[in-house]
Design a protein around this ligand. Structure first.
Ligand SMILES: Cc1ncc(COP(=O)(O)O)c(C=O)c1O
Length: 444
């Protein structure tokens, strides 16, 4: 940068192009987290902010858990990086066993990546390549869902269903269809937990898509157990189970994106276990190591892995991978985090707290502009009525006012999303709800 192009001295925020952030508004009025501990962030203007969004759905155990911090420090002093291709290090093998052990059935093989987006794209590639290797090379179509979010890779946005994440980026992957969004706000608003609605119309729609293209052209269906980034919408009871049945009947793989639901968010270790459903591929990231070092994974059934091993007799079996796949720091952090999940009663605490949280969020029903509230485990969505001609503006205002009250949540358009740290107690839930209440009133 030359001295002529040098920004003014106090303009130190300008060079960083922030992701999924209104850059101009942020830089006019920044919120800078300087440090964190437990349930709280500390800001550059000296405020303490209760983190009721678990970072970004990832710090499920709170910030700077001592066991995770220690593991990362010890790892960096032992092995900072290990070539991911043609070499391994002990912790990545150990971690694959630990992760595989938490998922049902024969979801036994783990392909490590560095984010949820990479996990989604990896899963889609595995699905298409698997179909080809088992002699069904015409199965290349993918089916996602309206309002779904599977990250920002071209695969993820193609099967994803959020219009702003798609419309700027051209024609995306060919051969993708979308299931309807399984939520009827006319009938299901203010539902506690899973709506009690008929899922068969959604299954009928899938059957019709299959009939239209023929099953022999379809590789996989990918869904989130509940729409997280889409605003916390929970499909009706039995949705995932029925989806499993229909996909299985037609030889279509079921990919379940557990990037948010994995590791406790639904008051269970993962959605597959919670629903008693065995997907063919599960994607995870975020809380796999409590958000401390970027990491994700695609967890794959034995039968799929075996096809790659058998059909590719020599050399590389899957032409895919990342420089930082299974990074030693991420793996060490994840081993520590998984031990905390196992030994510190995290899932039990989440289960015990969830009904209290549900009561709390639904107590916001009569606050100004609230038109819907939904919850599952320790996740909730509160929808406010959009302002005329300015969708998302009111949600953004409530988010800012709630932040002014000392609590961080998230606005996805006009849906406020709340995701408390799983180890919080009733006091933090109360603080969150009361800050949101004040935020809703202040933004009215
Ligand atoms: C269900 C789901 N899949 C994928 C992603 C993408 O993850 P990342 O931002 O780590 O790429 C997210 C992120 O929120 C997600 O919620």
């Amino acid at each position: 940068m030359t001295s002529e192009t040098q920004p003014p001295r106090n303009d130190w925020l300008q060079s960083y192009w922030m992701p999924f952030t209104p850059n101009k508004a942020f830089k006019a009025s920044p919120r800078i987290y300087e440090s964190a501990e437990g349930f709280y962030y500390k800001t550059s203007d000296g405020r303490k902010i209760l983190d009721s969004f678990s970072g970004l759905w990832c710090c499920n155990l709170g910030h700077r858990h001592p066991k995770i911090s220690e593991a990362i420090k010890a790892q960096v002093d032992e092995l900072d990086y290990s070539n991911a291709f043609n070499f391994g290090h002990p912790k990545v093998f150990e971690l694959a066993n630990v992760i595989a052990g938490q998922f049902p059935g024969d979801l036994d093989h783990v392909f490590f990546v560095n984010s949820g987006s990479e996990a989604a794209d990896t899963a889609l590639k595995i699905a298409i390549a698997y179909q080809r290797l088992r002699g069904e090379g015409t199965r290349t179509r993918l089916i996602g869902r309206v309002n779904g979010y599977h990250g920002v890779g071209f695969g993820g946005i193609s099967v994803g269903g959020m219009v702003n994440n798609r419309k700027f980026f051209g024609s995306l992957l060919p051969g993708v269809d979308h299931l309807s969004f399984p939520y009827d706000s006319q009938r299901q608003s203010f539902t506690r937990g899973e709506p009690d609605a008929d899922v068969e119309p959604y299954m009928q729609q899938l059957e019709e898509i299959i009939a239209l293209h023929d099953a022999s052209t379809i590789a996989a269906v990918i869904v989130e157990p509940f729409a997280g980034s889409g605003g916390v919408f929970i499909p009706p009871k039995n949705y995932l189970k029925r989806l499993r049945e229909v996909t299985k009947k037609h030889g279509i793989l079921l990919i379940v994106d557990e990037v948010i639901s994995g590791f406790g968010r639904m008051a269970a270790p993962n959605a597959a276990t919670h629903y008693g459903v065995e997907p063919d591929i599960v994607t995870v990231a975020k809380a796999i190591n409590n958000g401390s070092v970027p990491m994700g994974a695609a967890i794959v059934r034995k039968q799929i892995y075996d096809v790659f091993m058998e059909e590719m007799p020599a050399g590389v079996e899957f032409f895919h991978g990342y420089t930082y796949s299974g990074h030693p720091l991420a793996a060490a952090a994840s081993l520590a985090a998984q031990e905390v999940f196992r030994t510190e009663g995290v899932y039990e605490n989440t289960q015990a707290l969830a009904p209290y949280f549900e009561e709390g969020v639904h107590s916001l029903k009569d606050e100004p502009n609230v038109i819907d509230i939904r919850n599952v485990g320790l996740a909730a969505g509160v929808t406010v009525a959009a302002k005329d001609g300015a969708p998302g503006a009111r949600g953004g205002e409530v988010f800012l006012k709630t932040y002014e009250e000392g609590v961080a949540v998230r606005a996805n358009g006009d849906h406020l999303a709340v995701a408390p740290i799983l180890t919080m107690g009733r006091a933090e839930i109360d603080m969150t709800i009361e800050a949101l209440r004040k935020g809703l009133r202040a933004a009215a």
